[in-house]
Ligand binder design. Structure first.
Ligand code: SF4
Length: 504
């Protein structure tokens, strides 16, 4: 596989062998900046030999029996199936309690585990809650210098590190505090490859978090407070990236809010003119009320003709309910700017089933798209909808979810009504969203069920079949997915988000 390493690793005597696993296929993993930067950080620690593994690759460097630590990056609830697949492939027992000293320590991190690790925690020996960067080196140093000790002894040593959660040590009073990295440096792609979901793209994280605090949004609450990478750091990374590729991506939940975004865009345009090369830029979705002419000008000059904004609802009333501080006027202004800056289309993300939503709110979305379509001839609007999934630590953490039937009815309605005005709409599967909602608010009672689902093939049928068995054993799946858990009993109550992080 052709890969370009953009960091230098000094050869050292190997004291610890680490597999850094990504629970999906290679080309997805190679576009996941969080995963790659953790790999780079681990691979750069003296005495560690690290290898990346994916669901569709075989280890070529470290044979399974020599692996000391296996790390998993866990970003989406359904990644659990990829995690079980990798464990299965290398004949590693799924549960920590079934793995003796001959098996590696298994470490997990990422947004899913940081928010609510409980349905999955029995699989891991230890878990990082929050950003891993600040303590990664310390964790691996402890393991490296205590190799002669038992797993239990090592885990006890690790338990003193802020943010490290050891599921086997959890008792009634157990608390873990989420870790927040100061983000003084700028994270960027450490290994470039053509075979990535974003081929040969150098991704630069320019900020982490979002000030907006939409009531359903885990990204915002998990990555609070928002942190911006310093301008000089970003510029230096842009220079580094352009030495190896002409494709850059600026990453962050709210890149438009970076205090220096206009200057960053200016710099990219200047750079493009100086080096006389086509620069292709990709950005994550934009906030309609923060879209500025310099951003659009830069994107347009760098080949982007379609923008993405997430408005969640077409009705201002419902956007107020969910704390999405976006006026209709902001959305129309954004479209106006896009068309004036040469954009030919807009993807608009919406969400169905948000608390208090009625068909009037859906109609407001349709009406808005209709007005845009009529006013800007030839401008292509592509709405797409997913359904509301309650996430831990957000103000909507105990909010009710609508039934699969109700959500499917809404999807059908949207498809029918959008077709009438000649707009194609995409909707997510209400059934798969139910599974995500189930895992999002689940607890340890679901672990065996998840393993059973994996054994039955991991498809929708498997989730349903296995449910029949576990319902008989007393598990109330709707309690997690649809709602009904008391605030005091939430599985993630033992995780401390500093109170200013989570206003409700
Ligand atoms: S604007 Fe987007 S990233 Fe920010 S809180 Fe709202 S949904 Fe989350």
């Amino acid at each position: 596989m052709s890969e370009i390493y953009l960091y230098h690793k000094t050869e050292e005597e190997v004291k610890l062998n680490v597999w850094c696993a990504f629970p999906a296929v290679y080309n997805f993993g190679m576009s996941a900046l969080g995963y790659l930067s953790v790999f780079k950080q681990i691979d750069s620690i003296k005495g560690i030999f690290a290898e990346r593994i994916f669901t569709d690759t075989q280890t070529t460097k470290i044979p399974a029996k020599y692996v000391d630590i296996l790390t998993f990056s866990f970003s989406f609830e359904l990644d659990i199936l990829g995690i079980l697949k990798i464990l299965d492939k290398y004949k590693i027992p799924f549960l920590a309690k079934d793995r003796d000293e001959s098996y590696p320590l298994i470490y997990g991190g990422g947004p899913v585990l940081s928010a609510n690790p409980e349905p999955f925690c029995d699989i891991f020996d230890f878990i990082m809650i929050g950003d891993s960067e600040p303590h990664l080196e310390k964790i691996f140093e402890i393991i490296k210098t205590n190799r002669d000790k038992t797993k239990k002894e090592i885990l006890e040593l690790l338990s003193s590190i802020e943010g490290v959660y050891i599921p086997s040590l959890k008792n009634g009073n157990y608390k873990v505090k989420k870790v927040t990295s100061p983000l003084k440096t700028c994270t960027a792609t450490p290994i470039l490859t053509e075979k990535s979901f974003f081929p040969n793209t150098y991704i630069i994280e320019i900020e982490r978090g979002c000030t907006q605090k939409c009531a359903f949004c885990l990204t915002s609450y998990l990555n609070n407070p928002i942190r911006y990478c310093p301008y000089e750091e970003i510029i230096s990374k842009i220079d580094d990236g352009l030495k190896v590729t002409n494709k850059l991506a600026l990453l962050g939940a709210m890149i438009c809010a970076h205090p220096e975004i206009d200057n960053i865009c200016e710099y990219i345009i200047q750079k493009k003119e100086t080096i006389n090369t086509d620069i292709e830029i990709t950005v994550s979705s934009l906030r309609a009320d923060y879209i500025s002419d310099p951003i659009l000008n830069m994107l347009n000059k760098c080949g982007q003709k379609t923008a993405t904004i997430a408005i969640e609802s077409g009705s201002e009333r419902l956007r107020n309910v969910i704390n999405k501080k976006l006026k209709n006027e902001d959305i129309f202004n954004a479209v106006d700017k896009l068309t004036k800056n040469g954009f030919s289309g807009l993807k608009i993300y919406g969400m169905t089933g948000l608390p208090t939503e009625t068909y009037d709110d859906l109609n407001a979305f349709i009406q808005m798209c209709k007005e845009i379509k009529n006013k800007y001839k030839g401008f292509i609007i592509t709405p797409s909808f997913s359904s509301f999934i309650a996430k831990a630590h957000t103000p909507f953490q105990i909010a009710k979810r609508e039934s699969i039937k109700e959500l499917e009815k809404k999807n059908e309605y949207l498809k029918k009504e959008f077709a009438k005005i000649g707009i194609k709409v995409r909707t997510s599967s209400a059934k798969w969203d139910y599974i995500q909602a189930l895992l999002s608010r689940g607890d340890r009672d679901l672990t065996q069920y998840i393993i059973e689902v994996y054994k039955q093939g991991g498809n929708l049928g498997a989730f349903k079949n296995a449910q029949r068995t576990y319902i008989k054993q007393g598990i109330n799946f709707d309690k997690y997915a649809i709602g009904g858990i008391n605030r005091e009993d939430l599985p993630w109550n033992f995780i401390e988000f500093p109170s200013k992080d989570c206003p409700e």
